[in-house]
Structures are given as structure tokens and as C-alpha cells.
Design a protein around this ligand. Structure first.
Ligand code: HEC
Length: 723
């Protein structure tokens, strides 16, 4: 324990204050708006304060289940807007609001925090950490997004895209302290939510494609002082100054070659969960650098702790157990997807479990204390492995999914994953987990290690996908983008209970309440309430934007509110009419209640972001070779934000609709010149040549014409490349 006497006294006083509040439980003391008076007792007992949403996952178990029932199956149809706040960006929104002591806190792009009066919507304050957008944008793989704040002892914590961890005053937004948690000369970014565990703030970082060595760290919540750090990749075992803990030294043998030169990746970019019952903090790690093992660890090996779940002692950062979902991962199967803890029946016995529905398509259930794998059933189609061997905990891999140099493989799920960061929820009443599922496939092929050069500020997947794309033209090949749906999954039976298909491809976070209502948005621009028992649509409303983030619910003065941060990629929903009111992308915090009387403007303010001409590419004139070059460069640099195979759906707009397809100079001005760098579109001057920028445009023009064919009912459009 590294508490100072001063913090111990403060914590003691806070405990007494909490005890006083609990003794008057019927009418809890009304704290000043923005007091953010969260302490250990309150955090541990968050479930007994149904009216608050105290942390991103609401409670430590992160089930995103609310005991509130004021909004129920019969009156939910009367839900309407109570208030809204405009978010001044058209970029993707990923933050779950946190609502405590009368204030609602959300984060938006560039790690900006906004605080509102949760009842009236009055803006209390806003804090902009002023991230250097031009320098940081190009190393943010998947958008300049942020997933939310943590709250503790009067303070609100945000992790900024540039690696700072910042504590703000809950009432004013004034900076209390700020620490740099990463080496600013290295290409680290942070998009995740800090978690508060026993007076410590815990946060990881991102950048596994950009030559970093992943780690997670704990910082004193009062001062920001670093208390411990746990690295996820061994450093050079032959270095006499190697300071790795024993556990990392042991696993250095699971690597080959000189991985440490480029860090190795395995970043902890999203999920972190604390289980008070086990007194363990769990987190997931991402892919290794590069994806291709031929480059990362020639000759194979498990490459620990790439793509793993790790359990640590929260006080010391000491290793307790790990489980690696994809040993020797080559498909970008991060394990950073949301974790949750629950008490459920598995194989006839009530167990205290840790669960995850990650990118791999398998639903994993572990004993929370020991990490023993209890179950791993497929919740979505997956061809990389047929099953998981519960006995030894290893996947039964499909050998054909392992690719190499000149040896492509068509694999599903692809890098987007069957389920990515979008929060899932669990209802102990229905015993169902509500998962936003996306089916997708990709062709992988290793770049040649003999000629491949790691770009230290660029996006390195170690792929040479161009020729591999031909696999999609073979009979029986799955589509690059399959269906997406809201799935109700029964973790006890390992079976789907029901699903609701999405009209427009994509994923949106979920929340479930004790009235058996699942709330979730969709990429067609709606916010929806479903019957948690069978998926029946109970209510929906257009929100003038795609929705990716997860909702939260709370009460004030006897009324229940439901909040959602709307806003998808920079574009309007794909496939929806681009001139209708629902098709703009107005990033907003929207708060609903029964009989709310607020109205959204009829003229969506982001309408200017909607390309006036719709799908209007110039004719294909480029050679197949140029299109293939463009596809290759697109696959290396652009797909994370603009969508796999340029079909949109990420944090950037659908480029097939860009008017710049008819304006090569304007295109280069954006792609190389950084004309939109402050909007989250990085300059690729450092990693692309002029010719490559031109080839990417040729490739996108080809994809736009493919789409035109599809929309006109003509054949083609599926291959995604010349031929
Ligand atoms: C980190 C995320 C990200 C990556 C990676 C990225 N983009 Fe973007 N891009 C964006 C965002 C966000 C916008 C919208 C900016 C705005 O709203 O002005 C955008 C806009 C654009 C536009 C302008 C479209 C228009 O019609 O105005 C072009 C062209 C573009 N990107 C091309 C590319 C190319 C080519 C690549 C790969 C070399 C790429 N982008 C990689 C995020 C990204």
C-alpha cells in the first residue's frame, strides 16, 4: 500500500461522510452539482445507488445493467427528448456518459471533456487538453476518439490522446494535476477509459501497429504519481540491463528474432476491470507488431502477452494469471474488448466468472479468481479455429488460416472483429448478454520480411494484401462485410437466444435495465429500446447521426433519464438517403425521459458534411496495376478509419462518396498536405509517396464505381479490385 498519511486521513473522513449518507438512506444527502464525491465505499456499493451511473460500466462488474424500472415495457413508448447538447465535431463518438451527483460527464474527440447539469442540460464546463492535433492525429490508428471518464474524490479523470492522464475538478473542470504516462517521443496514444481501484487510477495505451511496447500503469489518484507499471512484452533477454520481472523473462522464450527492436505491441487500449471479490484487476492486450509472424517472430511461437487477458494484484501490479486467446496471433485479434464479471451457472454450477466476447468470435468464460477456462463457444462465424480445447485452453486452429509470404488466407472474423470495443451488457434477470456483432472477412498475406521496412511513425501490419483479395472472387467466399446484428447470448447454454439484424452495417454499444429493456443505437441513425427477453422493438427515435457509443441511465427528482452520445464516423450512415434528416452526422449528447418536450432542430447542423452530389465517382481510367497498388496502400494506411475495402463504417467518412474523387489536387492536399489534420484526417506525407496517394484515389474510384453498379443492380462490386 502506498497511501500517504494525508490521503489515509482524507479517505477516512470520506468513509465517515459516506456512512452518514447511508444512515439517511431513504433521502440521500443532495450534494452540490459536480461534487463527484465518489469514494471507496460508494464505488464498491454503486449498485445500491440505482440513480447514478458512477463509472463507464456503471459498477465494478461492468455489466452495464441498471436496476431502474421507472421506464418500463408499457410506458417506454412515451420516451422523448428531455435535453440535448451539441458536440462540435462530426467525428466518431465512443464515450459512455458518467452521471453522478447531478452532473453528466462525456468525452468527445481529441479527449475534450464536457460536463452538463444532468437534469437541465445546462453546460457546466468544458475542458480541452489541447492535444497537438497535427502531431498526434497520424499515430491514432482508429480515430481521435475517447471512451470516457472516471470519477473519484471530487475529481474527473480523462486520458488524453497524447498519453497524458489528467485530473479535473468535478465542479469547475480546472486541472488538479496532469502526468505524462507515455514517452512522448514514442508513437503512443490513449483512447480508453481510466479505472479507479483503491485510490489508484489505472490506464493503458494504444499504438501496437506503431512500434510501441504495451503496458498498463497505476497512478495515485490524488497526485498522479506512478505507483506501478506492468509491461506486456518481454524486452531483449540478452541485454545485461534487462529489468523485466521473472514472468516476462520466462516468456521471452515464446518469441523469436528481434521483436524488442520495435516494441512488440500488445497494447492495453480498452478494457480494464476490477473485481473486488477476487481483488484482481484484469485487462486485455492487443495485437503484436507486426500482425504477420514472419515479420514479428520469424518461426512462430505464442508471443506472450500478445492477445491475452492478464490478471494483476491492483495494489502492486504483480502478475496473477493470464489466458492467451490467440497464441501467435496473426489476424489482429485484440483481446481488449470489454470484459465483465458475473455470477452465472456454468456446466450446472453457480460460478463467479469473468467473460468476454472478443474479436475472435468465441465467447470465453473464466473462473474470475483462477483464470481457469470454463467455456468458449462460437457466438459468430469464425474459420480461424474450429473450437477451443477446454482441457488445454488452446484453440483448435484451422491450418489454412495461417498465411505467409505468397501464401494468402481468407479469414473470418477479420480485424474489425466479430465484436470490437462497443460495450456489451448483461442482465441477471434474463441471464443474457447483449452483444453488438459484426460479421466480416479479410484476405491476409505476409509482406516479404526480406524487403519489409517498419515505418516508426506509420501503420505497420506487415501485410501485402493486394493479390490476396482475389480469394474473395472464389466460389463460396464469404463477403468482406457480412450481416451485423444485436445478439442476445446465453452464456450458460452457450447459445444465441435471439438477434435483431441491423439495416445498416455496424455496431453500437448496449445497456439493459431491470424492466427488461435493452437500449442501443444503430448506424441507420436511430436510438432504440428492445424487449430484453425476445428482441421485440418497443420504441425508437431518429437521432440524426450514426450511433456507436453505449447508453447510460439515471434518476433525478424521481424521474428516470436515458442518455446516449450519438455520432458515427465523419460521414452520414451508409446506405441511407443522404438528403434525409436522419442521414447527417450530428454529434450530440441526447437525454430522454418520459414525456420530455425538447426537440431536435429540423435543419441538422452538420448537413454541410453531407456530400451534396451523393455517389458520383468519375469513370475508371486507371490500370489494374495502379488499382492494386492503391488497394495495398489503402490496406496499410486508411482502412482503420475509412473501412475495410473502402466501404465506410469506421471513424472517417465513406470515401466512395467523396467529391475529391474528381479532384486529384484537392485529394492530395488532404492526404499528403494535411488540409484536414485538425479534423482528425492525418497527413500521410511521412509514409506515402505522391504516386501512392494517386493510386489510392484510383482504388477508391474503382470501389465507388463497384458500388454504383451494385446500387444500379448490375453485377460486380464484390471483388473490390481490378480484373
Ligand atoms: C485516424 C483516422 C484516419 C485515417 C487513418 C485516415 N483518415 Fe482520411 N479522414 C479521417 C477523418 C476523420 C476525415 C474527415 C475529416 C473532416 O471531417 O474534415 C477524413 C477525411 C478524408 C478525406 C476527405 C474526404 C472529403 O470528401 O472531404 C480524404 C480524401 C481522406 N480522408 C483520405 C484518406 C486516405 C487516402 C487515407 C489513407 C492514406 C486516410 N484518409 C486515412 C480519418 C482518417
Amino acid at each position: 500500500m502506498k497511501y500517504s498519511i494525508k490521503t489515509a486521513v482524507a479517505a477516512g473522513l470520506a468513509l465517515i461522510a459516506a456512512a452518514l449518507v447511508v444512515s439517511g438512506a431513504a433521502a440521500p444527502a443532495r450534494r452540490a452539482i459536480g461534487a463527484a464525491a465518489v469514494n471507496a465505499t460508494r464505488h464498491l456499493n454503486a449498485n445500491s445507488e440505482p440513480g447514478t451511473w458512477m463509472s463507464a460500466g456503471r459498477t465494478y462488474d461492468e455489466q452495464r445493467y441498471s436496476p431502474l424500472t421507472l421506464i418500463n415495457q408499457s410506458n417506454v413508448k412515451n420516451l422523448s427528448l428531455a435535453w440535448y447538447g451539441d458536440i462540435d465535431t462530426t467525428n466518431a463518438q465512443e464515450s459512455t456518459p458518467v452521471i453522478v451527483d447531478g452532473a453528466l460527464y462525456v468525452t468527445t474527440n481529441w479527449s475534450i471533456v464536457k460536463a452538463y447539469n444532468a437534469k437541465t442540460g445546462e453546460k457546466l464546463w468544458e475542458y480541452d487538453p489541447k492535444v497537438d492535433r497535427v502531431a498526434t492525429g497520424p499515430i491514432a490508428c482508429c480515430g481521435t476518439v475517447n471512451r470516457g471518464v472516471a470519477v473519484w474524490n471530487g475529481k474527473v479523470y480523462v486520458a488524453a490522446l497524447d498519453g497524458r492522464l489528467i485530473a479535473l475538478d468535478g465542479r469547475t473542470g480546472a486541472v488538479k494535476w496532469s502526468v505524462q504516462t507515455t514517452d512522448p517521443t514514442q508513437p503512443f496514444t490513449i483512447t480508453g477509459v481510466p479505472r479507479i481501484v483503491r485510490g489508484k487510477v489505472i490506464i493503458g495505451n494504444a499504438g501496437a501497429e506503431y512500434t510501441v511496447r504495451g503496458y498498463i500503469g497505476a497512478y495515485d489518484a490524488e497526485t498522479g504519481r506512478q505507483l506501478w507499471r506492468f509491461y506486456t512484452v518481454p524486452s531483449n533477454p540478452n541485454d545485461p540491463n534487462n529489468k523485466d520481472p521473472e514472468i516476462l523473462k520466462r516468456y521471452a522464450s515464446t518469441w523469436k528474432g528481434e521483436w524488442w527492436k520495435y516494441g512488440g505491441g500488445a497494447t492495453a487500449w480498452d478494457t480494464i476491470l476490477y473485481d473486488p471479490k477476487s481483488n484482481l484487476v484484469y485487462f486485455g492486450t492487443g495485437n503484436g507488431l507486426s500482425w504477420s509472424q514472419d515479420i514479428r517472430s520469424p518461426g512462430g511461437g505464442d508471443n506472450l502477452f500478445v492477445s491475452s487477458i492478464i490478471a494483476l494484484n491492483p495494489d502492486t501490479g504483480e502478475y496473477k494469471w493470464h489466458y492467451q486467446e490467440t497464441p501467435g496471433d496473426e489476424w489482429d485479434y485484440d483481446n481488449t474488448n470489454p470484459l465483465m464479471v458475473a455470477d452465472i451457472v456454468v456446466k450446472g454450477r453457480m460460478r463467479h466468472v469473468l467473460m468476454q466476447a472478443p474479436k475472435t468470435g468465441f465467447y470465453y468464460i473464466w473462473d474470475a479468481k483462477t483464470g481457469e477456462l470454463l467455456s468458449a463457444e462460437k457466438f459468430a462465424p469464425a474459420n480461424w479455429a474450429s473450437s477451443i480445447d477446454i482441457g488445454n485452453g488452446r484453440p483448435v486452429e484451422n491450418p489454412a488460416a495461417r498465411y505467409g509470404v505468397g501464401r494468402p488466407a481468407l479469414v473470418y472474423p477479420a480485424a474489425l472483429g466479430a465484436h470490437n470495443w462497443h460495450p456489451m451488457s448483461f442482465s441477471p434477470r434474463t441471464n443474457l448478454v447483449y452483444i453488438p456483432v459484426t460479421e466480416n472477412a479479410a484476405a491476409y498475406q505476409s509482406a516479404d520480411p526480406a524487403t519489409f521496412k517498419i515505418n516508426p511513425r506509420g501503420y505497420n501490419t506487415g501485410q501485402s494484401n493486394s493479390a490476396a483479395g482475389a480469394l474473395f472472387n472464389e466460389p463460396g467466399a464469404p463477403p468482406r462485410q457480412g450481416p451485423s446484428y444485436l445478439q442476445a447470448w446465453n452464456p450458460t447454454t452457450g447459445k444465441e437466444a435471439w438477434r435483431v439484424p441491423n439495416a445498416v452495417f455496424g455496431a453500437s454499444g448496449t445497456m439493459v435495465t431491470a424492466s427488461d429493456i435493452v437500449f442501443s443505437g444503430n448506424q441507420a441513425g436511430e436510438f432504440v429500446a428492445y424487449d430484453a427477453r425476445n428482441g421485440t422493438k418497443l420504441w425508437s427515435t431518429p437521432v440524426q447521426a450514426r450511433v456507436q457509443a453505449a447508453p447510460a441511465t439515471y434518476t433525478i427528482d424521481g424521474e428516470q433519464y436515458v442518455a446516449i452520445l450519438a455520432g458515427g464516423g465523419a460521414g452520414p450512415p451508409t446506405g441511407v438517403s443522404r438528403t434525409s434528416a436522419t442521414s447527417a452526422n450530428n454529434a450530440r449528447i441526447l437525454v430522454f425521459k418520459l414525456g420530455g418536450t425538447a426537440k431536435l432542430p429540423t435543419q441538422p447542423f452538420a448537413a454541410a458534411a453531407v456530400p451534396a452530389g451523393g455517389l458520383n465517382p468519375p469513370p475508371n481510367t486507371a490500370t489494374n496495376e495502379q488499382v492494386i497498388d492503391g488497394e495495398n496502400a489503402y490496406g496499410k494506411n486508411c482502412f482503420t478509419c475509412h473501412g475495410q475495402a473502402a466501404v465506410g463504417g469506421g471513424s472517417g467518412p465513406d470515401l466512395r462518396y467523396s467529391p475529391l474523387l474528381r479532384d486529384l489536387a484537392g485529394w492530395k492536399n488532404v492526404v499528403l498536405g494535411g488540409a484536414k489534420a485538425t479534423n482528425g484526417m492525418p497527413s500521410f506525407r511521412a509514409s506515402l509517396t505522391d504516386d501512392e496517394a494517386t493510386s489510392i484515389q484510383a482504388y477508391v474510384i474503382r470501389r465507388a464505381n463497384d458500388e454504383k453498379d451494385v446500387q444500379a443492380g448490375r453485377a460486380g462490386g464484390r471483388g473490390g479490385r481490378g480484373g
